[in-house]
Design a protein around this ligand. Structure first.
Ligand code: ZN
Length: 190
């Protein structure tokens, strides 16, 4: 089922996600729905907060992007990125490493708003997968960027928080308009 994506201005986007204690049937259904929602919007990542649930759960799939490479190492050996796609991360812990890298980003909770964001070029990841089994790997390139963006969501952090002051000033009106529109539609629903 395609779920409604929560837009900037909704308070759930600022909530830190609760740890998932067990990968129940409900969680498995939620994972399926999150992938369906993400593919429907042509995104490469979606966090639980973005469908209105503050949990430590995110789904990622970078296979649709061919012009921005991703890298993967498992147990210090290069591995095929596709081998872990589509990727489910439950209760992820990440350690950013390597040089800072700047690249364009968007977010499904900020339609039509894009900016260059600086993040670490690589990231070590420990998490549970969709079965609840522990996984660990090192990601680079676009995958590392997507993981850092999504794990930020799980902690209530948004890409606007990481924009340069200049970009944020230039996008101020669009960001404020989106925030106001979201607040208005929330007030109507009450
Ligand atoms: Zn996002």
């Amino acid at each position: 089922m395609v779920l409604e994506i929560v837009k900037y201005g909704h308070p759930v986007l600022r909530e830190r996600g609760a740890r998932i204690k067990e990968v129940s049937a409900d969680i498995r259904q939620l994972i399926d729905d999150m992938f369906e929602t993400m593919y429907d919007s042509k995104g490469i990542g979606l966090a639980a907060q973005q469908i209105g649930i503050a949990s430590q759960l995110t789904v990622i799939d970078v296979r649709g992007v061919t012009d921005r490479p991703s890298t993967l190492e498992i147990g210090s050996k290069p591995a095929d990125v596709e081998s872990i796609m589509p990727l489910v991360l439950i209760n992820p812990k990440i350690t950013p490493l390597g040089e800072p890298a700047t690249g364009p980003e968007g977010c499904l909770s900020f339609p039509e708003i894009f900016a260059d964001i600086t993040r670490s070029e690589k990231v070590d990841v420990k998490a549970l997968d969709a079965k609840g089994d522990p996984i660990s790997f090192r990601a680079g390139g676009l995958l590392a960027r997507a993981i850092q963006h999504e794990v930020d969501h799980l902690n209530g952090v948004l890409f606007v928080d990481k924009m340069t002051a200049k970009d944020k000033a230039e996008l101020r009106a669009e960001i404020d308009d989106l925030h106001t529109a979201t607040k208005k539609s929330l007030a109507k629903k009450k």
